[in-house]
Design a protein around this ligand. Structure first.
Ligand code: NAD
Length: 399
């Protein structure tokens, strides 16, 4: 079995799917690795460090695709439809591709992968079970995103996070509100707390309260009907417009008091709910900062623009509220993000490879959840449903 690692081509991407320690772990289990030269450079792993762990280096991408039974990526063509387009030509029928695929966003790039006859495993479809925890790349990268969001907020705010009692006077602690306390939100809470801020948090899943409190946040109690807010998979459900309107009204006071708001509220496969209106932003203190981690899905703040810095209010771009909407934030911590992703990938590979071949056994929950394309078609049931692929050609083109 030969696993190939290629350079990530998504604009601004600095991570690599497998780090040298991952090569070592795979080799120990009989899986050889070939790495495209330079693939790890932007994450801080040079070619020599891969060679030292026993990887073979290949000069070009086409050679890696041509040789490998399994291709390891962060963003497959599905999650990199423009820059990754050329990979379609390199894919071989029966080859296995593992990585983020954004399967709930758009059918077209995934259908292209299917048409090339490759077997694709989408890591974001990993079940949230104890057994799959070590393979959960969504969580490892969300954790980093939450951490870095807190740092971005702290570095942008024209105030300090901790209370300081100094000879020159006392400065109060910054107030942070985290909306959405999943993996990213909990790490944002913990990081802001470590930096000395006073942190509040809100999530529509009532079960989260205890976790948010355990990492140091005060949980906001809003009078909203949230008993049905969680689905069986532990994810938030999409609520209707009247719910979100009520939520915005009830959160207006807490947002107005916050120096920093970090939002992470998403619903799988849906546009992110708008939880902070322009009017709410206008009530925030001068210099306040919003870091919107839902920017890639449209944003939790009405004013967010993906990968741009927006300054609302103030004069000449100064003194207003700064809204940051980073979309690929884990890539800005490429060393650790790659190491954790690589661990996830190694655990997953060792799970699916048996006797030198990739298993597609549908009775295995992990395989059944993540296997996206096989034998020329999209096979994942939930993805077919969400993309409307079984409804007939007129409705089935995705979007
Ligand atoms: P996510 O990234 O899908 O969403 C972020 C958070 O936003 C969620 O907590 C969600 O409830 C919240 N949210 C959605 N709409 C909101 C709204 N209108 N207002 C406020 N908050 C809103 O979440 P995630 O980090 O991927 O976690 C989802 C669930 O999966 C959690 O229960 C988490 O504990 C669980 N999980 C389990 C495992 C495991 O068991 N292996 C691993 C990771 C996550």
């Amino acid at each position: 079995m030969l696993a190939g690692v290629v350079t990530e081509t998504f604009p601004g991407e600095r991570r690599v799917a497998l780090v040298p320690a991952g090569v070592k772990a795979l080799k120990a289990k009989g899986i050889e690795v070939v790495v495209e030269k330079g693939a790890g450079l932007r994450a801080g792993f040079d070619d020599e460090s891969y060679a030292k762990e026993g990887a073979r280096l290949a000069t070009d991408r086409a050679a890696v695709f041509a040789e490998s039974q399994v291709i390891c990526q962060l963003r497959t063509l599905g999650a990199n439809p423009r820059a990754g387009r050329g990979d379609a030509e390199l894919m071989r029928p029966g080859q296995t591709i593992i990585g983020f695929c954004e399967p709930l966003t758009s059918a077209e790039p995934i259908e292209l992968m299917a048409s090339r006859g490759v077997r694709t495993f989408a890591v974001e479809l990993m079940p949230r079970t104890t057994r799959a925890q070590s393979m959960d790349a969504l969580s490892s990268q969300a954790m980093i995103a939450g951490y870095k969001a807190a740092l971005l907020a702290a570095a942008t705010l024209p105030r300090m996070f901790p209370m300081m009692m100094t000879a020159a006077g006392t400065v109060p602690a910054a107030h942070v509100l985290v909306i959405g306390a999943g993996v990213a939100g909990l790490q944002a809470i913990a990081t802001c707390k470590r930096l000395g801020a006073v942190v509040s948090a809100y999530d529509i899943r009532p079960a989260v309260r205890e976790e948010a409190e355990s990492v140091g946040a005060r949980f906001l109690q809003l009078d909203l009907p949230t008993t049905n807010a969680e689905d069986r998979g532990g994810y938030a459900r999409a609520m209707d417009d009247s719910f979100y309107r009520a939520q915005r009204e009830l959160m207006t006071g807490a947002v107005a008091k916050a120096d920093v708001v970090i939002t992470t509220a998403v619903v799988p496969g849906k546009k992110a709910p708008v939880l902070i209106s322009a009017d709410m932003v206008s009530r925030m203190p001068r210099g306040a900062v919003i870091v919107d981690l839902a920017a890639e899905r449209g944003g939790n703040c009405e004013l967010t623009r993906a990968d741009e810095t927006v300054v609302a209010g103030g004069e000449g771009g100064e003194g207003g509220v700064t809204i940051l909407g980073p979309t690929n934030i884990a890539a800005s911590v490429p060393d650790h993000a790659s190491r954790l992703y690589s661990r996830n990938l190694v655990a997953f590979l060792l799970h699916i490879v048996k006797d030198g071949a990739v298993r597609t056994d549908p009775s295995d929950e992990i395989i059944q959840s993540t296997l996206l394309t096989d034998g020329g078609r999209i096979v994942q049931r939930r993805v077919r449903e969400i993309l409307g692929l079984d409804r007939g050609p007129a409705e089935g083109s995705g979007g």
